[in-house]
Write a protein that binds this ligand. Sequence first.
Ligand SMILES: [Zn+2]
Length: 132
Amino acid sequence: MLLKEMINRYGFRHWYEGELIRAFGYVALGIVLFIFGASALEIFWETKEDYWLWSALKLIGAFGGVILGGLSWIRFSRLIAMAEILANQAVCPSCKAYGRLTVADERSDPETLDRILQCRCNKCHNDWQIFF
Ligand SMILES: [Zn+2]
C-alpha cells in the first residue's frame, strides 16, 4: 500500500502512531535477538562438544542473533527517521494545524529524486508539499 493511501485511510496522526509502535517493536526484537546471540556465543565458548554439529549451531545462533539484531536496529532507524521527517512537515503553513491533512498526490521529483507528498489541510484547505 502506498504511503498516500495509508495516510488517507488512517489519518496522519494514526499513521504516525503506528510507525512509532512498529519502530519500537523492532527495537524490542533487536534487543531480544542480541541477547540470544550473546548467550549463544557464551555457551559456545564455555562448553566443548564432542559432536561438531552442536558447536556449529551455537556459532550460527550467535552470529545470526547479532546480525538480525543489527538489522532490526537499522529497520528501527529508518522507520523513526521517516516518521520524524514527515511529522516535522505535517504542520499546515497557513493555520498551523498539525497532522490534519489529506494527501492528494505522491510522486518523485525527477531532478532531486526526493519523494513529494502533495497535501491539503482538512481545516483551511491550504495546499503544501512534504518532501522526504
Ligand atoms: Zn490549514
